[in-house]
Write a protein that binds this ligand. Structure first.
Ligand SMILES: [Zn+2]
Length: 348
């Protein structure tokens, strides 16, 4: 993909264009933002624009047609590499980090730069960070390292302080809705808008929300949580079943786990809003609104806030790649204790 195919990132494109013109391109960037907001797509578009051998005159972009552009797309350009966490690993093997360092240290074979994109940078451990130290302190000329992560907070100071941090804000709902229509993932504009409102600016999340089984799960969660007849085991099972239906792919499992937690967060936040005298969010269906109101009537704010806290912790643990089954079990347990106890207290 080229910059011209991306929407909502014009400011970042301009930023890099100006940096390049002023010869102030950094050697190491840390792209941060939620999953599914286009960090990887942008990083590859940037690599193409930097390596393109016939770039457009009037704008900083790639031509899509020269050998360099085609090689980047095929993953065969000698000056470009995209490296992600191997699917069966929780941390980068140190050999892979040494490979990145070696790649950055070699002179460009064709282009003006050597670009390495390292995905899943949240999982860099201390050993990897230390291995990077020399490369970051004395970057080889013409090398550009782009780390992709969700938050600078997940990086050790050794890395964070030596990278230029570039933040990717969530995409606007209208961009997400347009994308859903273009990809043919929705049947109507109304459906596109509803999903876009729930997608938190993430295309990955929007894509997942376009699947019918997600709505079945959401309905079950709302029913279980507002009713007070919830036992932790069945709640955990519902969540777990949904997460596992992603198959063996751990990234997709994590994405589903985030979505589950997000649904609970949304329910709790809306209940708090109602307690504060506000209207629940417009993204809610009519049945959900009455469930939110019922929850708000019966569970005090203090418990709702504690439950929210547990959700944030679960999100954090998902990003840190802890075992999903354990995270969801712990979350279901806390929710059940907090919500059920409050509801039975309000009934008695
Ligand atoms: Zn080109």
């Amino acid at each position: 993909m080229s910059f011209r195919d991306l929407r909502g990132r014009e400011d970042l494109q301009r930023h890099f264009s100006q940096a390049l013109r002023a010869k102030r391109l950094a050697h190491a960037y840390l792209f941060v933002g939620p999953e599914g907001v286009g960090k990887r797509t942008f990083a590859v578009a940037l690599a193409r624009a930097l390596l393109c051998e016939n770039p457009p005159q009037d704008t900083f972009d790639a031509c899509d047609n020269c050998p360099a552009c085609r090689w980047v797309d095929a993953g065969t350009h000698p000056d470009f590499r995209y490296i992600a966490l191997p699917p069966d690993k929780h941390e980068f093997p140190i050999e892979l980090i040494h490979e990145v360092i070696r790649l950055l240290g070699v002179k460009p074979a064709r282009g003006r730069f050597r670009v390495v994109v390292l995905d899943d940078a949240d999982t860099l451990n201390e050993e990897s960070a230390n291995a990077f130290l020399k490369t970051l302190e004395e970057p080889p000329p013409a090398s550009v390292l782009i780390l992709l992560g969700t938050s600078p907070d997940y990086q050790l100071p050794t890395i964070r302080s030596r990278c230029q941090v570039v933040r990717f804000a969530p995409l606007g709902p209208e961009i997400v809705a347009d994308w859903l229509r273009r990809e043919g993932l929705v049947k109507s504009q109304a459906e596109a808008l509803r999903i876009a409102q729930l997608a938190q600016g993430s295309l990955k999340r929007a894509q997942l929300l376009a699947q019918p089984e997600v709505w079945t799960l959401r309905q079950k969660l709302y029913e279980l949580l507002h009713a007070g007849a919830m036992d932790a085991v069945s709640l955990a099972q519902e969540m777990q079943r949904f997460v596992e239906s992603a198959g063996q792919n751990s990234a997709q499992q994590r994405q589903r786990a985030h979505l589950v937690v997000g649904f609970v967060v949304e329910l709790l936040r809306n209940a708090l809003a109602v307690q504060a005298g506000n209207e629940p969010g417009r993204e809610l269906a009519a049945a959900e609104v009455s469930q939110v109101r019922r929850l708000a009537e019966r569970v005090p704010a203090n418990q709702l806030l504690q439950a929210l806290d547990r959700c944030l912790l679960a999100d954090y643990h998902i990003d840190r790649r802890l075992q999903l089954a354990l995270i969801l079990e712990a979350l279901a347990d806390s929710l059940s204790t907090l919500v059920t106890a409050a509801i039975s207290a309000s009934v008695s």
